[in-house]
Design a binder for this molecule. Structure first.
Ligand code: S3P
Length: 448
């Protein structure tokens, strides 16, 4: 990561601008402007709510995400005996936990949220009762053996054994320590197992194969006073004591910011300011990719809370050129591939995303859907093995986009619809509410 903004992210130096000429594709596009605080970080909100539910006493989480996914976590935690106040974007959510979870009286429905389901089973693995979990049609298609297999090695049982799809039941109990090599780099698997170690009071040592996934859990646990070591490419956690109540702030979600940054980059003129965006280096791999593509990004007002750095991101429109996104970068930008692929469809040249097979098991088969939708609006994209190749074009995008209810597909192509001369119809724009409440209104609000 040798880029200007990544140097700031990593070294906390003053921001530098890399100014490029505005893109002029098709008829005039939008003039972008304003300052927008994007919603709270989804990954951090899920984790903080669950950690607070495990504490005995009352915790406060400020500026949480209030989206459908966050509400799924709040809802299932209430069913498990925690008291969780209504999620309010500008306020603070209050969570009172009992030190342990309680057996729910009904099945837990995790909605569309893979993070809710996978993290929760880690906690449930250490609880001596049976819980049934399910989710919506998209979540029921997503692979679960990646968490149920290591959890069964620790001593938890699922029905069916090592279940690979929701719905399934999990019965927890006393756990054994775990040394495990993850089959894919995944923060959901890693956090599930760290949470099992935390709730069960047993050590966990984990290795990720293709590069480091987001490390929010490690940072949050350290901020709570636990020791989480990183040795020889392994994350090692020896839990020491129970979770105590806390107060924490949630930064704005860089993955949500990415869509507005994309809109600003594709605009004709102006400047967009996004305050308090999380800039954890394991999340913002897309900053380096954007800079390689020629994007003008700035970063200022750096701050840190609970081990999580944040800053004000400033974006100006810019002509983009193709790049290659290599496999080791993918874990740090896995949720940004839809926006980056759409930007690549407006960049000069062919952009390659290497080894993005994991996109097949996200909220939709994003790999297939991205290529199909880019073609549907007149662009050129194809899947070759596990690679996604996107050729840039200056033609105004026109056509109908199928989201299959995938929030990030909906937002990426809604952004494409802002370029000059575009006529892009997104079949289900409201599914953005999974992670970004009010996305369409926010996108309209930055148009000048
Ligand atoms: C998440 C991890 C990522 C990401 C998801 C949120 C998390 O999934 O795609 O949106 O909060 O841990 P994987 O860990 O499966 O890559």
């Amino acid at each position: 990561m040798g880029s200007v903004v990544m140097a700031v992210v990593n070294n906390y130096n003053p921001a530098t601008f890399n100014t490029m000429q505005a893109a002029t594709f098709g008829r005039p596009g939008m003039i972008v402007g304003g300052s927008v605080r994007v919603p709270g970080d989804k990954s951090i909100t899920h984790r903080l709510l669950m950690l607070a539910a495990m504490a005995r006493g009352t915790s406060h989480v400020r500026r949480p995400l209030t989206s459908l996914d966050a509400r799924s976590t709040a809802r299932v935690l209430r069913q498990l005996g925690a008291s969780v106040s209504t999620l309010r974007a500008d306020g603070s959510v209050t969570i009172t936990g009992r030190g342990r979870l309680r057996q729910p009286s009904a099945r837990l429905n995790c909605g569309n949220a893979g993070t809710t389901a996978r993290l929760l089973v880690g906690l449930l693995a250490a609880h001596r009762f049976t819980t049934e979990l399910t989710g919506d049609a998209s979540l029921r298609r997503r692979p679960m053996r990646r968490v149920t297999q290591p959890l069964s090695l620790m001593g938890a049982r699922t029905d069916p054994p090592e279940a690979d799809a929701l719905p399934f039941a999990i019965r927890g109990g006393p756990l054994a320590p775990l040394r495990w090599d993850l089959p894919v780099s995944s923060a959901q698997i890693k956090t599930c197992l760290l949470f099992a170690g935390l709730a069960g009071g047993v050590g966990v040592s984990l290795h990720e194969p293709q590069g480091r996934s987001r490390d929010h859990t490690e940072r949050l646990l350290r901020s709570m006073g636990y020791t989480v070591a990183e040795r020889r490419g392994r994350v090692e956690f020896e839990p020491d004591g129970r979770v105590v109540p806390f107060e924490a702030d949630v930064p704005a979600d860089p993955s949500s910011a990415a869509f507005l940054m994309g809109a600003a980059l594709l605009a004709d003129k102006g400047e967009l300011v996004l305050p308090a965006v999380g800039i954890n280096p394991t999340r913002v791999g897309f900053f380096s990719v954007l800079e390689r593509m020629g994007a003008a990004l700035g970063l200022q007002d750096l701050a840190e809370s609970w081990g999580e750095p944040s800053g004000t991101v400033i974006v100006r429109p810019g002509a983009l050129t193709a790049t290659e996104v290599v496999a080791s970068e993918i874990p740090s930008l896995v949720d940004e591939v839809p926006m980056l692929a759409v930007l690549a469809s407006r960049a000069e040249g062919v952009t390659a995303f290497r080894d993005v097979g994991e996109l097949r098991v996200k909220e939709s088969d994003r790999l297939t859907l991205l290529a199909r939708n880019i073609r549907a609006v007149g662009g050129n994209a194809e899947v070759q093995g596990d690679d996604l190749l996107v050729e840039g074009s200056q033609r105004p995008p026109r056509g109908r986009v199928v989201t299959q209810g995938d929030h990030r597909i909906a937002m990426a192509f809604s952004v494409l619809g802002t370029v000059g001369g575009a006529r892009v119809v997104v079949d289900d724009p409201d599914c953005a509410n999974v992670s970004f409440p009010g996305f369409a209104a926010t996108l309209r609000s930055i148009r000048r």
